[in-house]
Each structure stands twice: as C-alpha cells, then as structure tokens.
Design a protein around this ligand. Structure first.
Ligand code: GSH
Length: 242
C-alpha cells in the first residue's frame, strides 16, 4: 500500500526526516503536495486534507502521513510508526523506545535551530527579529550545539556498534545525517570549528551519505536545495563570527 506523505512542497523542513526514511527504504510513497496542483497536489492538497472531515487522528501541522487507515503526525511518531515496516528499527521494544527517545532529542535541537532565526514569533519576518535572532544564535552556538552534538557523539561512542543503536542501522542515523546537514548549511563556521570534538558524528554523516539509495536520492531533483525559507537557514550574521 502506498504511503501518502503530506509536507510543504518547496522545503526540506521537518518533512525531510520522513522523506529520508522512505527513500532509504526504497518504498513506494506519494509526496502528495509535490504533485502539480492540476494533479491534486500543491499546498492546497495539505489544506484540503486538514480542512476535510477525514477519519483518524487530526494533524496539527505537516508533516503527516496517511498509511491506509492510519493518519500519523509529528516526525518522531511518524518514524516510530513506519520504521518497523521500513526495516529501519530493530525488532525489540527496548530498541524502539531508544530510537524514539533519540529522535525526540533530534526534534528538540531542530526546534532550537529554527528558533535562532525566529526567536520571537513565526508570524514575523526574520528581518523583524534580527537583533533577537543574533542574540539567540550566539547562545545556540556557544551552549546548545556543544550540548546536543556532544550528547550524540557520546551516544555513538557508547552504542557498541557502527550506528547509534549499535550494529543495527536505523532511522535515527538518517535523522542524525539530516541534522548535521542542516547545521552545516546554517552554521558552517561554527560546525567547522566544532568538528574536532565530534569525529564519530562526522564519520556517521559521511557513511550515511554513501548508502546507495540515499546517495541516489541526494543527487536527484527530489532532494530540494536549502534556502532561507527552510527549517535550517543560513544567515551569515547568525553564524560564529571570525
Ligand atoms: N513537532 C512537530 C512540528 C510540526 C511543525 O512545526 N510543522 C511546521 C512545518 S516544519 C508547520 O507547518 N507548522 C505550522 C504551524 O505550526 O502553524 C513535528 O515534529 O512534526
């Protein structure tokens, strides 16, 4: 059965964590809003779904997936729901919980990265909160990047295998790849300076990018370029200063 993914069609955003899992697993999925509007796609497809009286859980915001009778929103819940079928989480309950815990921590740092460019309100433009953004970004770079990335480095050091859950590759590794890609784009100076402290995370990022189906996806037009409309944004004034 095809999995329908509903996410904004012009950005990687939070939807990319789900896209990477679907792409790496090589399953058939429909990125609904990326279809032309004439073919039932576009942003209107998301709005239509949310406004409609469909059975099942009501998502607050994209991304969400419709998987047969299941409607699942929230990136971490989506990945927890899909991963057993995609072969992207070990079979036992303890490993699934561990994966979910790590994914929720990735969601936390992604939200904090977002708040560097929108520290006051998502309804305001970046230019209307640039001063606060600069202040927030300094704290993010000096305090939160070391805390979160240091944590994931420790997770890898203690996993007992090549991946974050040990010997089994999982959606968490794909999400760590995406997190590092987003941070590299948004804060290149800060990430370059911090790289010597996170050799395992850097290595994981490189190894994930080499997975054949993922490499094919990353080289394809399906992988959207980063822009300053995305979850992770590059504004030079928010990065570490020389
Ligand atoms: N915690 C949710 C956050 C969902 C979210 O913030 N989605 C954004 C796009 S990345 C959105 O469309 N938000 C609309 C809104 O919050 O009004 C998740 O992980 O899926």
């Amino acid at each position: 059965m095809t999995i329908d993914l509903y996410y904004w069609p012009s950005i990687q955003g939070r939807g990319e964590f789900v896209r990477l899992a679907l792409e790496d697993a090589g399953v058939d999925y429909d990125d609904v809003a990326r279809r032309p509007a004439a073919d039932g796609g576009g942003v209107a497809a998301i709005q239509r779904y949310l406004a409609g009286n469909k059975p099942g859980a009501l998502p607050l915001a994209p991304p969400f997936v419709v998987d047969g009778a299941h409607v699942v929103a929230q990136v971490a819940a989506i990945l927890d729901h899909l991963a057993p079928r995609l072969g992207l989480v070990p079979d036992d309950a303890a490993a699934r919980t561990r994966a979910l815990q790590l994914q929720l921590t990735i969601a936390d740092v992604a939200a904090e990265a977002h708040d560097t460019h929108h520290p006051i309100a998502v309804s305001l433009y970046y230019a209307q909160q640039r001063d606060e953004a600069k202040r927030r970004a300094r704290h993010f770079i000096d305090e939160r990047i070391p805390k979160f990335l240091g944590h994931f480095e420790q997770v890898l050091a203690r996993s007992g295998g090549a991946w974050s859950l040990g010997d089994d590759f999982s959606y968490v590794d794909l999400s760590l790849f995406q997190l590092m890609s987003g941070l590299d784009y948004a804060f290149p100076r800060a990430l370059t300076a911090f790289a010597p402290k996170i050799p395992r995370l850097r290595d994981l990022h490189a190894r994930v990018a080499e997975r054949p189906r993922l490499a094919a996806y990353l080289a394809s037009p399906r992988r959207l370029p980063w822009t300053t409309h995305d979850l992770f944004r590059h504004y030079p004034e928010l990065d570490a200063q020389p």
